[in-house]
Design a binder for this molecule. Sequence first.
Ligand code: ATP
Length: 497
Amino acid sequence: MTRLVALLAAVLVAHAGQYGLFLYSWIILGGATFAGELTGTVIAAWAVTMAAGLGCRAVTSHLQSALAVIAGARLRRRLLRGALGLDPAAVRREGTGHLLGRVLETESLEDLATGGALRGLAAAVELVLAAVLLTTALGPAVPVLLTGWLVAAAVATARYTRRRMAWTTARLALGNDLAEKIAGHRTRAVQQDPEHRHDGERAALDAYTSLAASMDRGLTVLTVLIPRGWALTGTALLAASVAAGAAAPARAAGALAVMFTYGAMAHLSTGLAGLADARCAWAQLGPLLPVTTNEPPADAAVPETVTIKANGVGFHYPGRAHAALPPIDLRIDAGDRLVLEGPSGSGKSTLAALLAGTLEPTTGRLHLTSTTPGTVLAVPQADHNHLLLGPLAMNVLLGRAWPPEPADLRSAEEVCRAIGLGDLLDRMPAGMAQIIGETGWRLSEGERSLVFLARALLQGAPVLILDETFGALDPHTLDTALNAALDRTSTLVVVRH
Ligand SMILES: Nc1ncnc2c1ncn2[C@@H]1O[C@H](COP(=O)(O)OP(=O)(O)OP(=O)(O)O)[C@@H](O)[C@H]1O
Protein backbone atom coordinates (compact mmCIF):
# COMPACT_ATOMS: atom_id res chain seq x y z
CA MET A 1 0.00 0.00 0.00
CA THR A 2 2.84 2.38 0.88
CA ARG A 3 4.32 1.87 -2.59
CA LEU A 4 0.98 2.78 -4.15
CA VAL A 5 0.66 5.93 -2.03
CA ALA A 6 4.26 6.92 -2.83
CA LEU A 7 3.60 6.42 -6.55
CA LEU A 8 0.40 8.44 -6.37
CA ALA A 9 2.20 11.29 -4.60
CA ALA A 10 4.99 11.17 -7.21
CA VAL A 11 2.45 11.33 -10.05
CA LEU A 12 0.82 14.40 -8.51
CA VAL A 13 4.14 16.17 -7.97
CA ALA A 14 5.24 15.39 -11.55
CA HIS A 15 1.86 16.62 -12.82
CA ALA A 16 2.06 19.87 -10.86
CA GLY A 17 5.64 20.34 -12.14
CA GLN A 18 4.50 19.77 -15.72
CA TYR A 19 1.75 22.41 -15.57
CA GLY A 20 3.84 24.86 -13.54
CA LEU A 21 6.63 24.72 -16.15
CA PHE A 22 4.16 25.00 -19.03
CA LEU A 23 2.58 28.13 -17.55
CA TYR A 24 5.91 29.62 -16.57
CA SER A 25 7.27 29.22 -20.11
CA TRP A 26 4.35 31.20 -21.57
CA ILE A 27 4.58 33.86 -18.84
CA ILE A 28 8.28 34.38 -19.70
CA LEU A 29 7.49 34.69 -23.41
CA GLY A 30 4.35 36.83 -22.98
CA GLY A 31 5.99 39.18 -20.42
CA ALA A 32 9.05 39.75 -22.63
CA THR A 33 6.90 40.30 -25.75
CA PHE A 34 4.73 42.95 -24.12
CA ALA A 35 7.74 44.63 -22.51
CA GLY A 36 9.37 44.74 -25.97
CA GLU A 37 12.35 42.68 -24.73
CA LEU A 38 12.01 39.52 -26.80
CA THR A 39 15.70 38.60 -27.03
CA GLY A 40 17.41 35.34 -28.00
CA THR A 41 18.06 34.65 -24.30
CA VAL A 42 14.33 34.89 -23.53
CA ILE A 43 13.48 32.52 -26.37
CA ALA A 44 16.18 30.08 -25.17
CA ALA A 45 14.78 30.26 -21.60
CA TRP A 46 11.27 29.60 -22.99
CA ALA A 47 12.54 26.59 -24.98
CA VAL A 48 14.42 25.14 -21.98
CA THR A 49 11.36 25.52 -19.71
CA MET A 50 9.11 23.87 -22.32
CA ALA A 51 11.61 21.00 -22.72
CA ALA A 52 11.70 20.51 -18.93
CA GLY A 53 7.85 20.44 -18.97
CA LEU A 54 7.95 17.71 -21.65
CA GLY A 55 10.42 15.74 -19.50
CA CYS A 56 7.99 16.04 -16.58
CA ARG A 57 5.22 14.77 -18.82
CA ALA A 58 7.24 11.69 -19.80
CA VAL A 59 7.90 10.98 -16.10
CA THR A 60 4.18 11.41 -15.31
CA SER A 61 3.16 8.92 -18.03
CA HIS A 62 5.72 6.39 -16.84
CA LEU A 63 4.61 6.70 -13.19
CA GLN A 64 0.94 6.47 -14.20
CA SER A 65 1.56 3.23 -16.09
CA ALA A 66 3.45 1.75 -13.11
CA LEU A 67 0.59 2.79 -10.82
CA ALA A 68 -2.00 1.21 -13.12
CA VAL A 69 -0.09 -2.08 -13.36
CA ILE A 70 0.37 -2.40 -9.59
CA ALA A 71 -3.19 -1.33 -8.72
CA GLY A 72 -4.67 -3.61 -11.42
CA ALA A 73 -2.66 -6.64 -10.24
CA ARG A 74 -3.69 -6.09 -6.61
CA LEU A 75 -7.31 -5.69 -7.53
CA ARG A 76 -7.37 -8.86 -9.65
CA ARG A 77 -5.58 -10.87 -6.97
CA ARG A 78 -8.11 -9.81 -4.35
CA LEU A 79 -10.97 -10.40 -6.74
CA LEU A 80 -9.77 -13.91 -7.48
CA ARG A 81 -9.51 -14.71 -3.77
CA GLY A 82 -12.93 -13.19 -3.21
CA ALA A 83 -14.44 -15.22 -6.06
CA LEU A 84 -12.89 -18.43 -4.72
CA GLY A 85 -14.38 -17.69 -1.30
CA LEU A 86 -17.90 -17.06 -2.63
CA ASP A 87 -20.72 -18.99 -1.08
CA PRO A 88 -21.88 -21.38 -3.84
CA ALA A 89 -25.48 -21.18 -2.63
CA ALA A 90 -25.39 -17.39 -2.97
CA VAL A 91 -23.87 -17.70 -6.45
CA ARG A 92 -26.72 -20.01 -7.46
CA ARG A 93 -29.29 -17.62 -6.03
CA GLU A 94 -27.84 -14.62 -7.81
CA GLY A 95 -27.13 -16.35 -11.13
CA THR A 96 -23.76 -16.86 -12.79
CA GLY A 97 -24.53 -14.39 -15.60
CA HIS A 98 -25.13 -11.67 -13.03
CA LEU A 99 -21.91 -12.52 -11.25
CA LEU A 100 -19.93 -12.56 -14.48
CA GLY A 101 -21.27 -9.10 -15.32
CA ARG A 102 -20.15 -7.86 -11.92
CA VAL A 103 -16.65 -9.24 -12.37
CA LEU A 104 -16.39 -7.57 -15.78
CA GLU A 105 -16.80 -4.26 -13.94
CA THR A 106 -13.13 -4.71 -12.97
CA GLU A 107 -12.33 -2.97 -16.25
CA SER A 108 -14.00 0.27 -15.09
CA LEU A 109 -12.14 0.16 -11.79
CA GLU A 110 -8.85 -0.30 -13.59
CA ASP A 111 -9.69 2.56 -15.94
CA LEU A 112 -10.13 4.64 -12.83
CA ALA A 113 -6.66 3.65 -11.64
CA THR A 114 -5.14 4.67 -14.98
CA GLY A 115 -7.33 7.64 -15.75
CA GLY A 116 -10.30 8.87 -13.75
CA ALA A 117 -8.81 9.52 -10.31
CA LEU A 118 -5.51 10.81 -11.65
CA ARG A 119 -7.22 13.06 -14.19
CA GLY A 120 -9.47 14.36 -11.42
CA LEU A 121 -6.55 14.98 -9.04
CA ALA A 122 -4.42 16.54 -11.77
CA ALA A 123 -7.36 18.75 -12.73
CA ALA A 124 -7.60 19.89 -9.10
CA VAL A 125 -3.94 20.98 -9.28
CA GLU A 126 -4.65 22.77 -12.58
CA LEU A 127 -7.70 24.49 -11.12
CA VAL A 128 -5.68 25.95 -8.24
CA LEU A 129 -3.19 27.33 -10.78
CA ALA A 130 -6.12 28.54 -12.89
CA ALA A 131 -7.69 30.38 -9.93
CA VAL A 132 -4.38 32.20 -9.28
CA LEU A 133 -4.12 33.16 -12.96
CA LEU A 134 -7.74 34.32 -13.14
CA THR A 135 -7.40 36.48 -10.03
CA THR A 136 -4.24 38.09 -11.39
CA ALA A 137 -5.62 38.67 -14.88
CA LEU A 138 -9.35 39.40 -14.44
CA GLY A 139 -9.84 40.34 -10.79
CA PRO A 140 -10.94 38.54 -7.59
CA ALA A 141 -14.62 38.14 -8.61
CA VAL A 142 -13.84 35.62 -11.33
CA PRO A 143 -12.69 32.76 -9.04
CA VAL A 144 -16.06 33.10 -7.25
CA LEU A 145 -17.72 32.44 -10.60
CA LEU A 146 -15.39 29.49 -11.06
CA THR A 147 -16.55 28.11 -7.70
CA GLY A 148 -20.15 28.29 -8.94
CA TRP A 149 -19.08 26.30 -11.97
CA LEU A 150 -17.50 23.66 -9.76
CA VAL A 151 -20.74 23.31 -7.79
CA ALA A 152 -22.59 22.79 -11.09
CA ALA A 153 -20.02 20.09 -12.02
CA ALA A 154 -20.62 18.36 -8.64
CA VAL A 155 -24.40 18.37 -9.19
CA ALA A 156 -23.98 17.02 -12.75
CA THR A 157 -21.68 14.27 -11.40
CA ALA A 158 -24.24 13.21 -8.78
CA ARG A 159 -26.98 13.01 -11.44
CA TYR A 160 -24.77 11.06 -13.82
CA THR A 161 -23.78 8.62 -11.02
CA ARG A 162 -27.45 7.92 -10.18
CA ARG A 163 -28.29 7.27 -13.82
CA ARG A 164 -25.26 5.07 -14.36
CA MET A 165 -26.16 2.99 -11.28
CA ALA A 166 -29.65 2.37 -12.68
CA TRP A 167 -28.22 1.54 -16.10
CA THR A 168 -25.66 -0.88 -14.59
CA THR A 169 -28.37 -2.73 -12.68
CA ALA A 170 -30.50 -3.06 -15.82
CA ARG A 171 -27.51 -4.15 -17.89
CA LEU A 172 -26.52 -6.85 -15.41
CA ALA A 173 -30.10 -8.14 -15.22
CA LEU A 174 -30.28 -8.27 -19.02
CA GLY A 175 -26.89 -10.03 -19.23
CA ASN A 176 -27.90 -12.56 -16.58
CA ASP A 177 -31.18 -13.29 -18.35
CA LEU A 178 -29.30 -13.84 -21.60
CA ALA A 179 -26.72 -16.13 -19.92
CA GLU A 180 -29.50 -18.22 -18.36
CA LYS A 181 -31.28 -18.48 -21.72
CA ILE A 182 -28.09 -19.52 -23.50
CA ALA A 183 -27.35 -22.13 -20.81
CA GLY A 184 -30.85 -23.59 -21.16
CA HIS A 185 -31.19 -23.09 -24.92
CA ARG A 186 -31.58 -26.79 -25.77
CA THR A 187 -34.37 -27.30 -23.25
CA ARG A 188 -36.11 -24.14 -24.42
CA ALA A 189 -35.83 -25.17 -28.09
CA VAL A 190 -37.54 -28.50 -27.36
CA GLN A 191 -40.02 -27.59 -24.66
CA GLN A 192 -40.96 -23.91 -24.94
CA ASP A 193 -43.70 -22.72 -27.25
CA PRO A 194 -41.89 -20.79 -30.08
CA GLU A 195 -44.68 -18.18 -29.96
CA HIS A 196 -43.71 -17.19 -26.42
CA ARG A 197 -39.96 -17.79 -26.57
CA HIS A 198 -39.14 -14.07 -26.73
CA ASP A 199 -41.88 -12.76 -24.45
CA GLY A 200 -40.80 -9.77 -22.39
CA GLU A 201 -37.50 -9.31 -24.26
CA ARG A 202 -38.65 -6.24 -26.19
CA ALA A 203 -39.91 -4.49 -23.03
CA ALA A 204 -36.67 -5.30 -21.15
CA LEU A 205 -34.61 -3.95 -24.06
CA ASP A 206 -36.72 -0.78 -24.30
CA ALA A 207 -36.31 -0.13 -20.56
CA TYR A 208 -32.56 -0.67 -20.87
CA THR A 209 -32.29 1.64 -23.91
CA SER A 210 -34.18 4.43 -22.19
CA LEU A 211 -31.89 4.17 -19.12
CA ALA A 212 -28.84 4.21 -21.43
CA ALA A 213 -30.12 7.35 -23.21
CA SER A 214 -30.76 9.09 -19.89
CA MET A 215 -27.24 8.18 -18.69
CA ASP A 216 -25.72 9.49 -21.95
CA ARG A 217 -27.54 12.80 -21.49
CA GLY A 218 -26.12 13.06 -17.97
CA LEU A 219 -22.63 12.39 -19.33
CA THR A 220 -23.04 15.03 -22.04
CA VAL A 221 -24.01 17.66 -19.47
CA LEU A 222 -21.00 16.78 -17.32
CA THR A 223 -18.29 16.41 -19.95
CA VAL A 224 -19.47 18.78 -22.70
CA LEU A 225 -21.83 21.46 -21.36
CA ILE A 226 -19.93 22.24 -18.16
CA PRO A 227 -16.48 22.94 -19.72
CA ARG A 228 -17.87 24.58 -22.90
CA GLY A 229 -20.22 26.70 -20.82
CA TRP A 230 -17.21 27.96 -18.94
CA ALA A 231 -15.40 28.69 -22.23
CA LEU A 232 -18.35 30.87 -23.34
CA THR A 233 -18.57 32.65 -19.99
CA GLY A 234 -14.79 33.22 -19.91
CA THR A 235 -14.89 34.66 -23.44
CA ALA A 236 -17.71 37.01 -22.37
CA LEU A 237 -15.62 38.15 -19.38
CA LEU A 238 -12.67 38.80 -21.68
CA ALA A 239 -14.85 40.78 -24.08
CA ALA A 240 -16.06 42.86 -21.12
CA SER A 241 -12.47 43.53 -19.98
CA VAL A 242 -11.51 44.58 -23.55
CA ALA A 243 -14.55 46.87 -23.71
CA ALA A 244 -13.49 48.37 -20.38
CA GLY A 245 -10.18 49.32 -22.06
CA ALA A 246 -7.78 46.73 -20.53
CA ALA A 247 -4.17 47.02 -21.65
CA ALA A 248 -2.72 44.51 -24.15
CA PRO A 249 -0.65 42.52 -21.55
CA ALA A 250 -3.71 42.22 -19.27
CA ARG A 251 -5.82 41.07 -22.26
CA ALA A 252 -3.22 38.42 -23.16
CA ALA A 253 -2.95 37.24 -19.54
CA GLY A 254 -6.76 37.08 -19.35
CA ALA A 255 -6.97 35.01 -22.55
CA LEU A 256 -4.29 32.63 -21.25
CA ALA A 257 -6.12 32.30 -17.90
CA VAL A 258 -9.50 31.56 -19.55
CA MET A 259 -7.96 28.99 -21.95
CA PHE A 260 -6.04 27.30 -19.16
CA THR A 261 -9.13 27.15 -16.95
CA TYR A 262 -11.13 25.63 -19.84
CA GLY A 263 -8.50 22.87 -20.14
CA ALA A 264 -8.61 22.26 -16.37
CA MET A 265 -12.42 22.17 -16.40
CA ALA A 266 -12.45 19.66 -19.30
CA HIS A 267 -9.97 17.44 -17.44
CA LEU A 268 -12.01 17.75 -14.24
CA SER A 269 -15.24 16.74 -16.03
CA THR A 270 -13.73 13.60 -17.57
CA GLY A 271 -12.05 12.80 -14.23
CA LEU A 272 -15.37 13.14 -12.39
CA ALA A 273 -17.10 10.96 -15.00
CA GLY A 274 -14.35 8.33 -14.46
CA LEU A 275 -14.87 8.54 -10.70
CA ALA A 276 -18.61 8.08 -11.13
CA ASP A 277 -18.00 4.99 -13.32
CA ALA A 278 -15.65 3.60 -10.71
CA ARG A 279 -18.16 4.30 -7.94
CA CYS A 280 -20.75 2.22 -9.83
CA ALA A 281 -18.22 -0.55 -10.55
CA TRP A 282 -17.26 -0.56 -6.88
CA ALA A 283 -20.89 -0.99 -5.85
CA GLN A 284 -20.86 -4.26 -7.84
CA LEU A 285 -17.35 -5.44 -7.04
CA GLY A 286 -16.94 -4.32 -3.42
CA PRO A 287 -18.96 -7.20 -1.94
CA LEU A 288 -16.83 -9.70 -3.89
CA LEU A 289 -13.56 -8.49 -2.42
CA PRO A 290 -12.46 -10.16 0.81
CA VAL A 291 -11.79 -7.80 3.71
CA THR A 292 -8.78 -9.70 5.06
CA THR A 293 -5.60 -10.18 3.09
CA ASN A 294 -4.33 -13.32 4.86
CA GLU A 295 -3.34 -15.90 2.26
CA PRO A 296 -3.69 -19.54 3.31
CA PRO A 297 -0.24 -21.13 3.82
CA ALA A 298 0.68 -22.65 0.46
CA ASP A 299 2.66 -25.55 1.82
CA ALA A 300 0.52 -26.52 4.81
CA ALA A 301 0.89 -30.27 5.25
CA VAL A 302 -2.22 -32.43 5.03
CA PRO A 303 -2.45 -34.45 8.25
CA GLU A 304 -2.19 -38.21 7.84
CA THR A 305 -5.35 -38.95 9.77
CA VAL A 306 -8.50 -36.93 9.35
CA THR A 307 -11.52 -37.19 11.56
CA ILE A 308 -14.82 -35.46 10.94
CA LYS A 309 -17.28 -35.10 13.81
CA ALA A 310 -20.74 -33.62 13.36
CA ASN A 311 -22.66 -32.72 16.53
CA GLY A 312 -26.27 -31.78 15.89
CA VAL A 313 -25.35 -30.47 12.43
CA GLY A 314 -28.34 -29.26 10.44
CA PHE A 315 -29.09 -26.86 7.61
CA HIS A 316 -31.98 -24.57 6.82
CA TYR A 317 -32.13 -22.70 3.48
CA PRO A 318 -33.23 -19.10 4.02
CA GLY A 319 -36.93 -18.59 3.34
CA ARG A 320 -37.77 -22.32 3.46
CA ALA A 321 -40.41 -23.59 5.90
CA HIS A 322 -38.56 -26.84 6.69
CA ALA A 323 -34.94 -27.67 7.36
CA ALA A 324 -33.17 -29.27 4.37
CA LEU A 325 -31.21 -31.36 6.87
CA PRO A 326 -32.53 -31.95 10.39
CA PRO A 327 -29.81 -32.02 13.11
CA ILE A 328 -27.66 -35.16 12.94
CA ASP A 329 -24.64 -36.64 14.74
CA LEU A 330 -21.98 -38.32 12.65
CA ARG A 331 -18.36 -39.39 12.91
CA ILE A 332 -16.09 -40.26 10.01
CA ASP A 333 -12.59 -41.63 10.76
CA ALA A 334 -9.66 -42.00 8.40
CA GLY A 335 -10.03 -45.23 6.43
CA ASP A 336 -13.85 -45.38 6.71
CA ARG A 337 -15.90 -46.37 3.67
CA LEU A 338 -19.49 -45.23 4.05
CA VAL A 339 -22.66 -45.33 2.01
CA LEU A 340 -25.16 -42.55 2.69
CA GLU A 341 -28.68 -43.56 1.64
CA GLY A 342 -32.06 -41.86 1.96
CA PRO A 343 -35.14 -40.80 0.04
CA SER A 344 -35.10 -37.94 -2.47
CA GLY A 345 -35.00 -34.57 -0.78
CA SER A 346 -33.93 -35.97 2.60
CA GLY A 347 -30.80 -33.78 2.66
CA LYS A 348 -27.99 -36.10 1.45
CA SER A 349 -26.47 -33.56 -0.97
CA THR A 350 -26.85 -30.86 1.66
CA LEU A 351 -24.89 -33.04 4.11
CA ALA A 352 -22.20 -33.67 1.47
CA ALA A 353 -21.86 -29.90 0.90
CA LEU A 354 -21.67 -29.31 4.67
CA LEU A 355 -18.94 -31.92 5.11
CA ALA A 356 -16.95 -30.41 2.22
CA GLY A 357 -17.36 -26.93 3.69
CA THR A 358 -19.20 -25.42 0.71
CA LEU A 359 -22.18 -24.82 3.05
CA GLU A 360 -21.99 -23.76 6.69
CA PRO A 361 -24.29 -25.49 9.18
CA THR A 362 -27.14 -23.34 10.49
CA THR A 363 -27.26 -25.49 13.65
CA GLY A 364 -24.72 -27.66 15.45
CA ARG A 365 -20.96 -27.96 15.12
CA LEU A 366 -18.74 -29.65 12.61
CA HIS A 367 -15.20 -30.58 13.72
CA LEU A 368 -12.46 -31.42 11.25
CA THR A 369 -8.94 -32.29 12.38
CA SER A 370 -7.47 -30.43 9.42
CA THR A 371 -7.78 -26.80 8.39
CA THR A 372 -6.12 -27.39 5.02
CA PRO A 373 -8.41 -26.50 2.13
CA GLY A 374 -9.06 -29.54 -0.06
CA THR A 375 -8.87 -32.13 2.73
CA VAL A 376 -12.48 -33.08 2.10
CA LEU A 377 -13.48 -33.11 -1.55
CA ALA A 378 -17.09 -33.54 -2.57
CA VAL A 379 -18.03 -34.37 -6.15
CA PRO A 380 -21.45 -32.80 -6.73
CA GLN A 381 -24.23 -34.52 -8.66
CA ALA A 382 -23.58 -34.47 -12.42
CA ASP A 383 -26.14 -31.71 -13.13
CA HIS A 384 -24.34 -29.42 -10.64
CA ASN A 385 -20.91 -30.23 -12.05
CA HIS A 386 -19.31 -28.90 -15.23
CA LEU A 387 -17.23 -29.95 -18.17
CA LEU A 388 -15.15 -27.12 -19.55
CA LEU A 389 -14.71 -26.76 -23.28
CA GLY A 390 -11.15 -28.08 -23.69
CA PRO A 391 -9.06 -31.26 -23.80
CA LEU A 392 -10.19 -34.26 -21.77
CA ALA A 393 -6.80 -34.09 -20.01
CA MET A 394 -7.51 -30.53 -18.86
CA ASN A 395 -10.94 -31.51 -17.61
CA VAL A 396 -9.65 -34.36 -15.47
CA LEU A 397 -6.58 -32.45 -14.25
CA LEU A 398 -8.68 -29.46 -13.15
CA GLY A 399 -7.76 -28.79 -9.53
CA ARG A 400 -4.46 -30.67 -9.82
CA ALA A 401 -2.15 -29.23 -12.49
CA TRP A 402 -2.57 -27.32 -15.73
CA PRO A 403 -0.41 -26.96 -17.76
CA PRO A 404 0.59 -30.50 -16.77
CA GLU A 405 3.92 -32.24 -16.32
CA PRO A 406 4.36 -35.52 -18.28
CA ALA A 407 3.80 -37.40 -14.98
CA ASP A 408 0.40 -35.65 -14.53
CA LEU A 409 -0.67 -36.72 -18.03
CA ARG A 410 0.43 -40.31 -17.37
CA SER A 411 -1.55 -40.41 -14.08
CA ALA A 412 -4.57 -38.85 -15.80
CA GLU A 413 -4.66 -41.53 -18.50
CA GLU A 414 -4.01 -44.32 -15.99
CA VAL A 415 -6.94 -43.18 -13.77
CA CYS A 416 -9.26 -42.71 -16.78
CA ARG A 417 -8.58 -46.25 -18.01
CA ALA A 418 -8.86 -47.72 -14.50
CA ILE A 419 -12.35 -46.29 -13.89
CA GLY A 420 -13.73 -47.49 -17.24
CA LEU A 421 -13.02 -44.69 -19.72
CA GLY A 422 -10.60 -46.84 -21.77
CA ASP A 423 -13.11 -47.57 -24.58
CA LEU A 424 -13.92 -43.88 -24.93
CA LEU A 425 -10.22 -42.96 -25.03
CA ASP A 426 -9.64 -45.51 -27.81
CA ARG A 427 -12.62 -44.21 -29.78
CA MET A 428 -11.66 -40.51 -29.59
CA PRO A 429 -9.11 -39.63 -32.33
CA ALA A 430 -7.08 -37.36 -30.06
CA GLY A 431 -7.36 -39.52 -26.91
CA MET A 432 -6.58 -37.47 -23.80
CA ALA A 433 -6.12 -34.38 -26.00
CA GLN A 434 -9.65 -34.64 -27.45
CA ILE A 435 -11.66 -31.45 -26.99
CA ILE A 436 -14.80 -32.22 -24.99
CA GLY A 437 -17.62 -30.04 -23.72
CA GLU A 438 -20.68 -28.30 -25.11
CA THR A 439 -19.29 -27.76 -28.63
CA GLY A 440 -16.62 -30.48 -28.53
CA TRP A 441 -16.97 -34.28 -28.37
CA ARG A 442 -20.27 -34.76 -26.54
CA LEU A 443 -20.13 -37.30 -23.70
CA SER A 444 -22.95 -39.54 -22.45
CA GLU A 445 -24.27 -39.04 -18.91
CA GLY A 446 -22.28 -42.03 -17.65
CA GLU A 447 -19.07 -40.84 -19.35
CA ARG A 448 -19.55 -37.35 -17.86
CA SER A 449 -19.86 -38.80 -14.37
CA LEU A 450 -16.66 -40.84 -14.92
CA VAL A 451 -14.79 -37.68 -15.97
CA PHE A 452 -15.96 -36.04 -12.72
CA LEU A 453 -14.78 -39.12 -10.78
CA ALA A 454 -11.35 -39.06 -12.51
CA ARG A 455 -11.06 -35.33 -11.73
CA ALA A 456 -11.69 -36.02 -8.04
CA LEU A 457 -9.39 -39.08 -7.78
CA LEU A 458 -6.53 -37.18 -9.43
CA GLN A 459 -6.62 -34.56 -6.68
CA GLY A 460 -5.76 -37.16 -4.04
CA ALA A 461 -7.92 -35.63 -1.29
CA PRO A 462 -7.74 -37.60 2.00
CA VAL A 463 -11.56 -37.67 2.23
CA LEU A 464 -13.68 -38.08 -0.91
CA ILE A 465 -17.47 -37.74 -1.04
CA LEU A 466 -19.17 -38.93 -4.24
CA ASP A 467 -22.73 -37.61 -4.64
CA GLU A 468 -24.71 -39.90 -6.98
CA THR A 469 -21.58 -40.38 -9.09
CA PHE A 470 -22.47 -43.96 -10.03
CA GLY A 471 -26.19 -43.43 -10.76
CA ALA A 472 -25.87 -43.31 -14.57
CA LEU A 473 -23.48 -46.31 -14.95
CA ASP A 474 -24.29 -49.85 -16.14
CA PRO A 475 -23.56 -52.54 -13.51
CA HIS A 476 -20.25 -53.63 -15.05
CA THR A 477 -18.85 -50.07 -15.36
CA LEU A 478 -20.16 -49.26 -11.87
CA ASP A 479 -18.21 -52.22 -10.49
CA THR A 480 -15.00 -51.13 -12.27
CA ALA A 481 -15.34 -47.47 -11.25
CA LEU A 482 -16.19 -48.21 -7.62
CA ASN A 483 -13.25 -50.63 -7.21
CA ALA A 484 -10.90 -48.08 -8.78
CA ALA A 485 -12.21 -45.41 -6.39
CA LEU A 486 -11.77 -47.73 -3.38
CA ASP A 487 -8.19 -48.53 -4.46
CA ARG A 488 -7.29 -44.84 -4.76
CA THR A 489 -8.90 -43.24 -1.69
CA SER A 490 -8.28 -43.65 2.00
CA THR A 491 -11.68 -42.37 3.20
CA LEU A 492 -14.68 -42.63 0.90
CA VAL A 493 -18.33 -41.59 1.35
CA VAL A 494 -20.75 -42.61 -1.39
CA VAL A 495 -24.15 -40.89 -1.54
CA ARG A 496 -26.92 -42.79 -3.33
CA HIS A 497 -30.71 -43.05 -3.38
N1 ATP B 1 -30.45 -23.99 -2.96
C1 ATP B 1 -31.54 -24.43 -2.32
N2 ATP B 1 -32.44 -23.55 -1.87
C2 ATP B 1 -33.53 -23.95 -1.21
N3 ATP B 1 -33.82 -25.24 -0.96
C3 ATP B 1 -32.97 -26.18 -1.38
C4 ATP B 1 -31.78 -25.81 -2.09
N4 ATP B 1 -31.11 -26.94 -2.38
C5 ATP B 1 -31.85 -27.97 -1.88
N5 ATP B 1 -32.95 -27.50 -1.29
C6 ATP B 1 -33.98 -28.30 -0.61
O1 ATP B 1 -33.36 -28.99 0.47
C7 ATP B 1 -33.90 -30.28 0.59
C8 ATP B 1 -32.77 -31.31 0.61
O2 ATP B 1 -32.14 -31.28 -0.66
P1 ATP B 1 -30.93 -32.26 -1.02
O3 ATP B 1 -30.50 -31.94 -2.41
O4 ATP B 1 -29.91 -32.18 0.04
O5 ATP B 1 -31.64 -33.70 -0.96
P2 ATP B 1 -31.08 -35.10 -1.43
O6 ATP B 1 -31.36 -36.05 -0.32
O7 ATP B 1 -29.68 -34.99 -1.89
O8 ATP B 1 -32.05 -35.37 -2.66
P3 ATP B 1 -31.79 -36.29 -3.96
O9 ATP B 1 -31.62 -37.70 -3.49
O10 ATP B 1 -33.05 -36.10 -4.77
O11 ATP B 1 -30.59 -35.73 -4.64
C9 ATP B 1 -34.87 -30.48 -0.57
O12 ATP B 1 -36.17 -30.32 -0.07
C10 ATP B 1 -34.51 -29.36 -1.52
O13 ATP B 1 -35.66 -28.89 -2.22
